[in-house]
Structures are given as C-alpha cells and as structure tokens.
Write a protein that binds this ligand. Structure first.
Ligand SMILES: [Fe+2]
Ligand SMILES: [Fe+2]
Length: 474
C-alpha cells in the first residue's frame, strides 16, 4: 500500500522529500488508526461530524470546516513557520542560535519531555471515549469530537518529532505511546490526572477547562525551547488548545447559567430542590471544580525539582512567556517562594528560583484559571444569585510533593485526618454526587435540542446556527 502524503497527511514539513521519515510514518499510521478504532470515541466510525481540520498554518487557511468521518480526519503535521535567526533565549546557551537538530548531550532529556507531553494526548481521548453516548446536544457532541481529533493530532505532532529527530529510540517511543492505556493497572499513562476517569459531561467540561489549560502552560514553556522544531510544533498546537479551553469554560458557564435561572425562578438555593428539578446545584459544581483543580495542580510536578532546573539551564524548557520577562534568563542567585508544612502549618519558604520552576508555572496557571472562574461568577452575579465559585488553595488535596504529606483543606489549613474524613464529602465529589450527575446524563441528539441541565450556547460553531446538524448519524 502506498500513501500519498501530500494528500493523506497535510503537512508543512515537506514530508514527501524525506524518505526515512515517510517510511516511519507509513508504519505508524495504521497502528494509530487501529488505536483510534479501539480507544477513540465509541461507536462513531460511520458518523459524519462537522469538524475543523488544519490544512495549513496560514492565519485564515488553517481552520477548514466540513463534515468528516473521524477515522478519515486528516491528522496533519504543522509547525509554525521558522523565525529567521531565532536564538536560544535562556539558560547556559542563551544567545546561541536555536538548535535545528537534537544536541547529543540533551537527547534523553528532550526525548523524555516530548514523550511526557505526547502521552497526555491519546490519554485524554481514552478518558473521554464513552462521553458521546450521553451527549447533551449535537453542538456539544461535535465539540467533544473536535477536541478528540485534535488531541489525536497533538499525538501526531509529538510522534513527528520523535520519528524525525530520535531515530530508533524515537520509533520505539512512538509505538509505546499507542500501547499505554489510561487507567490501566499494568501499563498506565505517565501522569496521574490522565489515568482518572472522565465519566460525565460535568467532568469533561472541568477537564477541558482545568487540565487542557495545564496543556496550554506546558506547551507555552516548550514553545520557548532552544530546540526549534519543538518550539514551532508547540506554537501551532496552542491554536487548537484555545478551543479546548473554550469548550470547558463555555460548558460550565452554560450549566451555571441554567442552574441560576432556575434558582431565581423557583426562589431557592437548596441543593435538594435544585436536584429535584434535574439540575446541578452550585455546591456540587464547586466540588467538581475542587477535584479537577487539585488533580491538575499535581501535573506541574514537585514544587522543588532538580529536573526542572536542568531542563531550564540546558535550554530545553523555558518559563511561561520567557521572552517577556525582564531578568537575566539564567536565574543566577534568584529565589522563589514555595510552600512547606512545618509544625502542622503551611509556611512559605524560599527556594532557588531555578529549582522552583514548576511552582512558578503552577502560579502562572492559577492566575489564569482563577480569572476564568471569575467569568463564571459573573454569569452567577448577572442572574442575581449571591453564591460564588472559587478555586481552592493550591495545597488542597495534593498527591505528590511535600504538600501531600498532610491533609489540607480548600482554604489552605492543615487539618487532622479525622477532620478531613469528616468533611471530605463537602470538599470533593462524593459517590452520591457522582451518581446524581450520572443520573442526569441522557442522550440528546436532535438538532437544536439541549439536555435540561445545560443552557444552549449563545452562538453556534463557525457562524452556523445553534440548531445546525453538527453531527449526522448514518
Ligand atoms: Fe493536546
Ligand atoms: Fe487539549
């Protein structure tokens, strides 16, 4: 079987002229499609979905909309155009020309960064594969599938780097990316949050709001990399990530709006009464928020990390908006505040800024996420409801790093194990919460119809009406 790459894999990396890479991708593509059949959205191979496909990196050309069956989606390889004379902007190699090939001494660290990022992409598709069966509307179903195919494309983006620049090891890693499985006891995905289940649409919207936003911050840091192909790949991925976060933010916004409208109409803030109306009460939304926020906190890694220092010093992974920061870009002698548990209390300690880069990225992320939560609060405020949503303290419910050593409540107080056990059902979704949310998940698959628990969006996708047939079942 021969594959016409200019046809089947849209790309701007001149694939047709690179025989070795072409052969590697030729072998990997059927394995990817096999994985998609196995682990991609359940029961959808014949379904036509109104999808956006990247066909070029031009600002106007890349977003091409049409109906497509997902297995026929063109998973392309796109890098933002090279910046002439680009330099390395931080670390020991600051001021040197950006690398176009992998520097031998950094090979294994770079590969590790690419594999870790790459592993999250198929993981989220696996986590979300059953959600189509309980979609609240065709509009939402289409958005889910858009996110899924783009996470597939992000996997292609990382596999391209592995196969183009890492030889045999890269090919082996590309295969392993299709073999690990989210939540599998024997061969799990690399990072914890990507082994959690995404069992319902409230979880899905929280995941795309919080966890895809972690993706944004990781990609922004890698987009600063001295390894130019990685930087350019991540820049293009960020254009897609923005839509994923939009899906989460608008999804929760619409749930909140629907709930608040009913609270006003029925003059109640009693969760039981809200639930009796078939709606999700705000305290339950807060508990889901707490869960997804805290799980995502752990994704940034240990607060003090020598790996983070090495990745930075060697020019592999920068800070968020590195070139906009006004300092020496070496962090010589600089300090950064980190949290510790001391004598049963959270205290702030100073760590070398180089070692605290995970913590700094986490703090950058928190500001962004908290601003999004405030936009939900404006929806609540507009309805005249007084309750507010809030991101928990960053030390809440941590599972890795020194803050995992003791239970910490959403306000940042260290509490006893007994106090934690007594209150955890007020802070995190309980089995009963999850069962209730699950009970609301039906399937609404008629154009223009929406599940009772979520408001319709203000507008459709690509200027189409809200009642457009975004998905057609054959
Ligand atoms: Fe992604
Ligand atoms: Fe994403």
């Amino acid at each position: 079987m021969t594959i016409d790459y200019s046809e089947k894999i849209p790309n701007n990396v001149d694939l047709a002229s690179n025989r070795t890479l072409q052969r590697a991708l030729e072998q990997w593509q059927p394995e990817f499609l096999h994985w998609w059949d196995d682990m991609g959205p359940e029961g959808t191979s014949g379904t036509d979905v109104y999808l956006r496909t990247a066909v070029s990196v031009e600002p106007k050309g890349w977003a091409h909309f049409d109906y497509v069956k997902m297995p026929d989606y063109r998973w392309g390889i796109f890098l933002t155009p090279a910046e002439a004379g680009r330099k390395i902007n931080f670390g020991a190699h600051k001021g040197e020309p950006a690398w176009q090939e992998v520097p031998g001494e950094y090979r294994s660290n770079l590969r590790r960064l690419i594999v870790t990022q790459g592993d999250t992409e198929p993981a989220s598709v696996e986590q979300q594969r059953h959600l189509g069966l309980t979609c609240p509307s065709l509009y939402d179903l289409r958005n889910l599938f858009q996110v899924n195919v783009e996470e597939g494309r992000h996997l292609w983006a990382m596999v391209y780097l592995l196969q183009a620049y890492f030889g045999r090891d890269g090919r082996e890693e590309a295969e392993a990316l299709l073999q690990r499985r989210s939540g599998d006891a024997d061969n799990p995905r690399i990072l914890g949050a990507f082994n959690e289940r995404t069992p319902d649409w409230l979880s899905f919207f929280m995941f795309t709001f919080f966890t895809d936003r972690d993706g944004k911050y990781q990609l922004c840091s890698l987009a600063e990399s001295g390894f130019d192909p990685l930087a350019r790949t991540c820049r293009f991925m960020l254009t897609e990530e923005a839509h994923h976060m939009f899906v989460g933010e608008s999804g929760i916004g619409r749930i909140v709006q629907r709930t608040c409208e009913a609270m006003v109409q029925h003059r109640t803030d009693d969760p039981g009464e809200i639930r009796a109306l078939g709606l999700i009460d705000l305290p339950t939304i807060q508990r889901y928020l707490n869960f997804h926020f805290s799980v995502t906190m752990d994704l940034f890694g240990a607060d003090v990390s020598s790996n983070a220092a090495t990745f930075y010093s060697t020019g592999l992974k920068g800070r968020f908006e590195e070139t906009k920061i006004d300092d020496d870009h070496l962090l010589a002698g600089a300090m950064y505040p980190v949290l510790e548990i001391r004598d049963g209390r959270l205290v702030t300690a100073e760590a070398p800024a180089l070692n605290a880069l995970n913590e700094k990225l986490r703090d950058d992320y928190i500001r962004d996420a908290a601003a999004g939560v405030e936009r939900w609060n404006r929806v609540i405020e507009k309805q005249g409801v007084t309750l507010r949503l809030k991101v928990p303290h960053k030390a809440f419910n941590r599972k890795i790093g020194p803050l995992a050593a003791a239970p910490i409540d959403p306000d940042g107080n260290v509490v006893s194990p007994a106090a934690w056990a007594a209150s955890v059902d007020r802070w995190l979704p309980s089995a009963a919460d999850r069962a209730f949310v699950a009970s609301l998940m039906g399937r609404v698959a008629e154009p223009g119809k929406f599940a009772n628990w979520i408001a319709p969006p203000a507008r459709g996708i690509n200027n189409q009406p809200v009642d457009f047939a975004y998905v057609r079942f054959n």
